[in-house]
Design a protein around this ligand. Structure first.
Ligand SMILES: NC(=O)c1ccc[n+]([C@@H]2O[C@H](COP(=O)([O-])OP(=O)(O)OC[C@H]3O[C@@H](n4cnc5c(N)ncnc54)[C@H](OP(=O)(O)O)[C@@H]3O)[C@@H](O)[C@H]2O)c1
Length: 284
């Protein structure tokens, strides 16, 4: 029988979608919001996790600019909190799939950039990235068999994520400006969730994986693709540089991820354009 899945951060973007998918598949599920399991409380997991469970840690402080302004809060959740989850799993004999981010990478390349592999040197530029990297290390210190899954630029297309925002702006404005000098790996939440479930059901899952839709894209390219996929003229999206829209926390100029290690063991994800097409087909 497949293991029970316990989700932390079940009220968030990934947690909600993951819970819905597990319910649709008829899986044994315990979905914990931050009220049911506050991961900053070191004892909170003890009464929740049972032997044989697979915990998928979706809890994090993800607001990159908030993290920059409030590092202690970011570290409490993303680093200490992640370690607490891993310790609860280690104490109870549960497995852990922990979600991390492309922002652990710095984005600086001597030559032409290429998607980051799992073994590439890290170098986070923001407090968010630094706290998430500290979380990866805290997880593996407490539970070396845990699987850390780095993903990137996740969207559902509803709410306030990048794709949802582009869809809204398409209907509100004639033209929009989007940064063309940030490149990453846009990832449809449904594809991420499918991959997380493959990993959760694999007791031999590797300790570190990258899971994204394939192929790098700039924010500008992604915005154009959202317009085109919504039946709008992509020429209404104008490219600008990041310094035109300064933000408190630095973003890596390049943080696309290579999925080579994931692809060697699991069903590979589709390209970012195909993932976006599927998302828009669901939404339109
Ligand atoms: N979204 C992306 O583009 C992206 C990219 C790369 C990696 N990731 C990673 O993917 C994971 C899921 O992110 P997401 O997009 O689903 O983020 P999200 O929508 O911000 O959800 C995060 C969830 O964590 C919960 N949380 C915050 N503090 C907590 C605490 N102390 N204890 C328990 N839960 C707490 C939040 O609950 P409250 O609202 O109740 O505080 C929220 O429901 C995170 O690890 C994130 O770093 C996301």
């Amino acid at each position: 029988m497949p293991a029970r899945i316990v989700i932390t951060g079940a009220g968030g973007q990934v947690g909600r979608f993951l819970g819905a998918e597990l319910t649709a598949r008829g899986r044994d599920l315990l979905a914990c919001t931050s009220v049911q399991w506050d991961i900053t409380d070191p004892a909170a997991g003890d009464d929740i996790v049972a032997p044989g469970d697979v915990v998928i840690n979706c809890a994090a402080l993800t607001a990159v600019d908030v993290a920059e302004a409030e590092p202690a809060r970011a570290y409490a959740v993303n680093a200490t909190g992640a370690g607490n989850v891993a310790r609860a799993c280690a104490a109870r004999g549960a497995r852990l799939v922990h979600i991390s981010t492309d922002y652990v990478f710095g984005g600086d390349f001597d030559g032409a950039p290429r998607p980051y592999d799992v073994d590439d040197p890290v170098g986070p530029r923001s407090v968010y990235g630094q706290s998430k990297l500290a979380g990866e290390r805290a997880v593996h210190d407490a539970l070396p068999d845990a699987t850390v899954v780095r993903t990137a630029w996740v969207y559902t297309g509803v709410g306030s994520d990048f794709v949802a925002t582009m869809r809204r702006l398409e209907s509100e404005r004639d033209e929009i400006e989007v940064v063309a000098d940030q490149t990453g790996s846009p990832t449809y939440v449904a594809d991420l969730v499918g991959a997380l479930l493959q990993i959760a059901d694999d007791p031999g899952a590797p300790p570190l994986l990258h899971v994204v839709n394939t192929g790098p894209a700039s924010r500008y390219e992604l915005a154009r693709a959202v317009f085109a996929g919504s039946g709008a003229d992509p020429e209404r999206v104008r490219p600008v540089s990041t310094d035109k829209h300064p933000r408190p926390a630095p973003r890596p100029v390049y943080s696309a991820l290579s999925t080579a290690r994931f692809d060697a063991r699991y069903r590979p994800l589709r390209s970012w354009r195909d993932g976006l097409g599927a998302a828009l087909a669901e939404l339109n």
